[in-house]
Design a protein around this ligand. Structure first.
Ligand SMILES: [Mg+2]
Length: 359
């Protein structure tokens, strides 16, 4: 089997999918992290697709090696590896369809029967009371955990912040049998992060995510040593060597790779092996509730280190809610997701919707 074409598709000017076509009539779909679609689209079309056409889609290691090393002056983080992720996920979809097996069965099979997710709120404009009531509503829907995004990203102590007030209100409303996760997107300097973590411990916060500037691995290590609350990070890391350093130097407690950023399923499995070797649980970064979540779902059920509930974006998303890109939606029920049993990723795209959203 040979790859005949790689198609880069940007929907609604923002959401980036990749389709891989083969000479046997089998095609696959992958997703690229959004927000920089014009750049990642060019990356896939100009730099990466020419390296993939003509290859056997089963040769993922060889294709990964070519895509990682040949355009090395463009990376090796950011757009290059996000583009690689879209192609790699699509290749695994092809491999699954060609083998007649769901992708998870090719990744080691079911370590667990299904996957639990936590409700991830992306809002920063709610009052503590509003956020607490929203968390309670998700508890009533069967979720066991809820994450707030709080403080001001990348402002290093100088932004607006109602983190403690929000967590206090949430704990009061949801009770003790519900996990609260706090993500501040690199809002604090290390000494402030220590103080905040100690306050959050009083409310039994389950994890404290990206508390300080990304890549300050020494600072992360000092924080992890100083406080009891688990420190989570990894959405700024793109490949196994960065995760090695995050583990060994940063000494964080919970790792957060994202399959649509970190080079796809092929690299995720290597990061997962590193995580398992160091006894670090994975709770992925997962903001795209369509193909990205689907690819993650195959990894969640097959990866031993995906122990805790995984991230699920609860905000409205056009490709899931208004104009679904697939014929059968992937649903969360009582805070759990079932992995599709059909070959490949297990989704049938709606071609008419894709054509319309491309504009
Ligand atoms: Mg985050």
């Amino acid at each position: 089997m040979k790859v005949t074409r790689v198609e880069s598709i940007v929907l609604l000017g923002r959401y980036h999918l990749v389709r891989v076509f083969t000479d046997e009539g089998i095609d696959g779909v992958g997703e690229v992290s959004p927000m920089n679609a014009a750049v990642t689209h060019t990356m896939v079309e100009r730099a990466l697709a020419p390296l993939v056409v003509g290859e056997d889609p089963f040769d993922v290691e060889k294709i990964w090696h070519k895509m990682f090393h040949r355009p090395y002056k463009l990376g090796p983080t950011g757009a290059q590896l996000e583009g690689m992720a879209g192609i790699d996920i699509a290749l695994w979809d092809v491999i699954g369809k060609a083998s007649g097996q769901p992708v998870y069965k090719l990744l080691g099979g079911k370590f667990r029967p299904d996957s639990e997710v936590y409700a991830s709120s992306m809002r920063r404009d709610m009052t503590p009371r509003e956020e607490a009531e929203r968390a309670l509503s998700f508890k009533e829907q069967g979720y066991r955990a809820y994450k707030i995004h709080s403080a001001t990203p990348w402002m290093y102590d100088s932004g607006e912040d109602q983190t403690i007030e929000t967590v206090r209100e949430m704990r009061r409303l949801v009770g003790d049998d519900f996990a609260i996760l706090v993500d501040v997107n690199n809002a604090y300097l290390p000494h402030t992060a220590v103080k905040m973590a100690r306050k959050l411990e009083a409310y039994d916060v389950w994890h404290f995510e990206e508390p300080i500037p990304a890549y300050d691995y020494a600072g992360l290590a000092a924080l992890a040593e100083a406080v009891d609350i688990p420190i989570a990070a990894g959405e700024q890391e793109y490949h196994r060597w960065q995760f090695r350093d995050l583990i060994q130097i940063g000494r964080v407690d919970i790792l957060q790779p994202d399959v649509i950023k970190c080079d796809g399923i092929t690299e995720f499995k290597k990061i997962a092996a590193l995580a398992q070797t160091h006894d670090k649980p994975i709770t992925v970064h997962n903001t795209q509730p369509t193909i990205g979540t689907l690819a993650h779902l195959h990894l969640w059920v097959s990866t031993p280190s995906c122990i805790y509930p995984q991230e699920y974006n609860i905000e409205p998303h056009p490709l899931r809610d208004e104009t679904p890109i697939w014929k059968e939606p992937l649903l969360v029920q009582r805070g759990r997701m079932q992995v599709p049993e059909r070959p490949g990723l297990g989704v049938e795209l709606d071609g008419a919707v894709l054509a319309r959203l491309r504009g």
